[in-house]
Write a protein of this length. Sequence first.
Length: 322
Amino acid sequence: MSWPEGIEARPIDKGDADAWAELLAAKEKVDQEGENYDAQDLIDELEDPHLDPALDTIGLWADGRMVGYGKLHAPEGLVEIDRVTTEGTVHPEWRRRGIGSALMPWLIKRAGELHVARHPQAPGEVTGNRINTNVGAERLFQKFGFEERRYFFDMKRPLDQPVPEVALADGLRIVPFDLAMNEALRVVHNDVFADHWGSTPRDADSWNTWFTGARAFRGESSYVILDGDAIAAYVLGYEYEADTEATGIRELYIGQVGTMKAYRGRGLAGVALAKVLTEAAKAGYQRSALGVDADNPTGALGLYERLGYSVSSKWTSYGLPI
């Protein structure tokens, strides 16, 4: 791979976490994506059991400073299309020097290798996302032949506003998350999201790394609706300390909202989310946030708007066939 003059490229390791965090902080000041990371967040990413940092990450350096990076994630499961997700950025001070145009072919090539190694029997696609205010990223995707695939909204809600009261149907009960239900919830989650665009089943390692075992997960701010012992619906909450440090606002991020198909149409997601919001306000959170597919088949966007969320940013997902 050919890199612009003065750029050194090598895989990212844990010793690079501070430099990586500095790069992402500089990016956030300009791109305003609402995402902040500390060094431990990035070490957690490198420890993902499904990531091979030596092959699936690249750091771009100039004069001892990380000025760009790329990273890929290949899903452990498969639903119709093998979508290999890419991410990356270039330091704002180093943009428009051809670094992004050199990074993209590396990402595309490595995505193809991952696809062939994991799911060669299925159609493959390289994917990436951009906040819609980032015109430079849009041009880069277009330059390499990517096409728009899907649209997403980030939504926020202040917690000093009253939460609408939502009644729970007779025979059901709502309880805080308990680790004893962890595996059952993973199975339910995979079933709930089987019909959602881009979703793939989560194995136990992935679930325990990025869902209920993540540093940011807040079990005390997560609730499950039960019908007897069966999980009918759930809402899982997360608190990202780097966001609080950067913004001064304590925010509960709603990572997952789900209702089993047999229970849809009964308002259970609204009940669970209203409970989470009410308890989050009592616990001292000042705001809640979440992301939603603009074409979510379950009507999630309308639910969130009824509960007081409003759109804070818009995102586009891109795809390029492998």
